[in-house]
Design a protein around this ligand. Structure first.
Ligand SMILES: [Fe+2]
Length: 142
């Protein structure tokens, strides 16, 4: 947490400053013990099962984590080319825009796919339980 924000909290001025206005700056945290997924709009100190969680750093998609995005009416139909075994699977897909966040939780043995309203989807995130967080901006993959 930056010194400025820390000082504002200490001064009880935090309600006067809106640091979380842009959801494109979303942070995601995953508990390594229980798999809990936590979203925040800005930096936060998150603890789960007694462990402090570090915000995940999103990587660019790679050949083992390819994302396919199709437009179907007013939605993006998103598929990840990836296994969905209990050992190695995509745990969630999220779509964010400046003022919106849509998240779909996925489970082993299910499909690595989800639909999102186009209006609230400027950037996608998805999380592999073995390889971490990935992100992509739709306009840049077409
Ligand atoms: Fe993976």
């Amino acid at each position: 947490m930056s010194e400025t924000i820390e000082k504002e909290i200490l001064d009880n001025n935090i309600n006067k400053v809106n640091h979380s206005a842009n959801m494109l700056k979303s942070r995601f945290y995953v508990c390594p013990l229980c798999g809990n997924v936590i979203h925040s709009m800005f930096e936060a100190e998150i603890n789960c099962h007694g462990k402090q969680l570090i915000a995940l750093e999103a990587e660019h998609t790679d050949n083992n984590h390819k994302i396919n995005i199709e437009v179907v009416e007013d939605e993006y139909y998103v598929r990840i080319d990836h296994s969905m075994t209990k050992e190695h699977y995509i745990s969630f897909i999220a779509a964010v825009s400046g003022d919106n966040m849509q998240m779909v939780k996925l489970y082993p043995e299910g499909n690595a796919e989800a639909r999102f309203k186009i209006r609230g989807a400027k950037k996608f995130f998805f999380y592999c339980n073995q390889d971490g967080l990935f992100s992509v901006i739709p306009n840049r993959i077409h």
